[in-house]
Design a binder for this molecule. Sequence first.
Ligand SMILES: *[C@@H]1O[C@H](CO)[C@@H](O)[C@H](O)[C@H]1NC(C)=O
Ligand SMILES: *[C@@H]1O[C@H](CO)[C@@H](O)[C@H](O)[C@H]1NC(C)=O
Ligand SMILES: *[C@@H]1O[C@H](CO)[C@@H](O)[C@H](O)[C@H]1NC(C)=O
Ligand SMILES: *[C@@H]1O[C@H](CO)[C@@H](O)[C@H](O)[C@H]1NC(C)=O
Ligand SMILES: *[C@@H]1O[C@H](CO)[C@@H](O)[C@H](O)[C@H]1NC(C)=O
Ligand SMILES: *[C@@H]1O[C@H](CO)[C@@H](O)[C@H](O)[C@H]1NC(C)=O
Ligand SMILES: *[C@@H]1O[C@H](CO)[C@@H](O)[C@H](O)[C@H]1NC(C)=O
Length: 630
Amino acid sequence: MDQILLILFIIFCLSIPNFYAQQNYSGNSVTNCDNNDETGPSPAFLYTCNGRKQSCQAFLIFKSQPPYDTVTSISNLTSSDPSEVAHINNITNSAEVLPPDKEVIVPVICSCSGQYYQANTSFTIPTNDDTYFTIAQNTYQGLTSCDILLRENNYSATSLNPGLILQIPLRCACPTSNQAVNGTKFLLTYSVGSVDNVYDICERFNVSIRSVVHANGFTENVLDGPVLFPFTTILIPLSTEPLSSQTTIHYPPPPYSSPLIPLSRYNIRSSNRLYVWTGIGISLLVIFFVLSIVLLHYKKKRNEAAQKIRKGKGKEDLPEEFLLRIANIDQGLKFYKYEEINAATENFSTKNMIGSSVYCGILNGETVAIKKMIKNVCKEVNLLKKINHFNIISLYGACEHHEVFYLVYEFMENGSLKDLLHKKSAPEVESWNCRIQIAVDVAHGLLYLHNFTDTGYVHKDISSSNVLLDKHLRAKIANFSLARSAVRGESGNVSTKTALGTKGYMAPEYIEYGLVTPEMDTYSFGVVLIELVTGKEAVYKQDGEEVLLAEAVFSAMEGGNVEAKLGCLIDPNLQAKNKMEFALRIIKLSLACLSQEPESRPSMAEVVSSLLKIQLDVQRTEPFFWNGFV
Ligand SMILES: *[C@@H]1O[C@H](CO)[C@@H](O)[C@H](O)[C@H]1NC(C)=O
Ligand SMILES: *[C@@H]1O[C@H](CO)[C@@H](O)[C@H](O)[C@H]1NC(C)=O
Ligand SMILES: *[C@@H]1O[C@H](CO)[C@@H](O)[C@H](O)[C@H]1NC(C)=O
Ligand SMILES: *[C@@H]1O[C@H](CO)[C@@H](O)[C@H](O)[C@H]1NC(C)=O
Ligand SMILES: *[C@@H]1O[C@H](CO)[C@@H](O)[C@H](O)[C@H]1NC(C)=O
Ligand SMILES: *[C@@H]1O[C@H](CO)[C@@H](O)[C@H](O)[C@H]1NC(C)=O
Ligand SMILES: *[C@@H]1O[C@H](CO)[C@@H](O)[C@H](O)[C@H]1NC(C)=O
């Protein structure tokens, strides 16, 4: 009872309209590299220049990651003073290799440049695989953004080559007058990791939750605090310089742990912590007042619930157990009533059916796709609700009714890539431009997924039927029911169950040993690439015999007369000049993805960068000839 009151109280506190928002949290907008800020500063770029001073001392938190795991290399990466970095982190030897994921405090000078605050540094592109996205998200851990990199640098996204020097504005900010009055002297830009939550961060840096909520414009009235996305930053207002004792080492979760990472946040320990922290600084009078309101409200609710149960309508309430298993209710995710789902799909009528167990319907005025599932969906929900990448299908909400689960997704007008390539005749997908864009989209989605948490996630079932296309024929990855976290390690990650997946797409090491690594997605992606070029299905019939597409292409590449043999395989509908040249480049890339040895396959970052180069050349020869793309 006490705990419930407490939680309700906290919800109340966090849902107070935020009049003092100093900066707005970017959320996951930073994963989409085509935001614009024409109507005013956008947190997808940098923090707004709205402080009392034009320039100030600020701090960043960077997590050591090879090759940036010494004071020397980190201060070089961030253009900060090595002796200051060493001193503030209490490290005596600048060349000492720090453990992976150790937080390092980086002092920087933050100043206004136009409408944004920034700390300048520069970066020499080390390899061929780097894109603005990987530099912002992986190398700089979200301390900069691809939008601002694109703007500040003269090079197009496709012309990044090793040795080029990029200007990197880092995210930082100076206190506003409002914050200064309350004793804030510095703002620390904290790069969020996959298991971070606001309460732990506040506790470590000895700051009030309230000040952090205000500093970042959080308004989420959620039990578990605002939802934080990995590779984004939040600002922590400090009244003194940060101390090395406040930093920590983020140990990766133990191998074979449950992939339901966010679950751990919903525990008694953190509820207790909430108690301590919210208690600070709030007068007893206010607590008493709020508690009485809450108590009254709670009693009323309980009476209502009791009445409903008496009337036999209790089941229509939110399924408590389901909610708890979903672990934390965040604002982005809705819990629908069965009646709403039923009405939206017109009683699950066959005319609303768009796939096996998938229906379309209109919920709150918006067309959505509703997937009906018997098995427990908590895993998929827990993963998808944290991911919000443009190339990964968005989950809007969920519903449970008599042990059947319903997941509500964004609706994809053009259906699956498989249907579009193999069933419908769709003139729009007959151009290289379109097909390359689909390949780039899927590769971007996978790149994000593989780097999404400390361990990364593996989709495990990439296939053309799990790639969906929106009305502009932009591709998104769907169906995460097999997805799981990958533990990158010497021995990989062995799944004891029999191999589940789609025939024709499964990597050999997975079929044989059940090895689950991000490279298995790379393999499946290779098959999708070949489908895009050949228009053939991953497993197709030829002279009454089943042929695996991947094998057909391998044998075409062997021996002589490759061009003629490939010529027979390439989709005759594909309209293009220089057809053979592009087909060969893509097939070479896909064959690399299809290497028997997982370690010889390219990383998704390499795949993205190769595809972007091909895309650039395609665009040079083939002007856009329909209105689908912007
Ligand atoms: C935060 O967002 C709100 C609403 O979009 C906007 O009015 C406000 O100016 C933004 N604040 C900053 C600091 O950008
Ligand atoms: C970082 O190191 C490289 C060479 O290792 C050097 O060229 C570059 O100027 C250094 N950058 C800074 C900011 O010190
Ligand atoms: C710095 O590290 C040393 C040990 O390496 C420790 O004894 C000392 O207390 C630390 N100082 C601070 C301020 O944390
Ligand atoms: C940082 O770089 C921007 C342009 O890239 C420049 O306008 C600004 O003056 C620089 N700031 C400092 C403090 O050097
Ligand atoms: C950026 O590109 C423009 C034209 O493309 C060129 O005139 C300008 O000198 C370039 N600036 C830098 C800093 O390279
Ligand atoms: C936390 O901050 C308060 C003032 O806000 C201070 O009195 C207290 O000593 C700090 N605690 C630690 C452990 O630094
Ligand atoms: C500063 O303090 C005042 C009153 O103590 C409070 O109302 C306000 O929200 C605080 N502002 C911030 C940014 O924390």
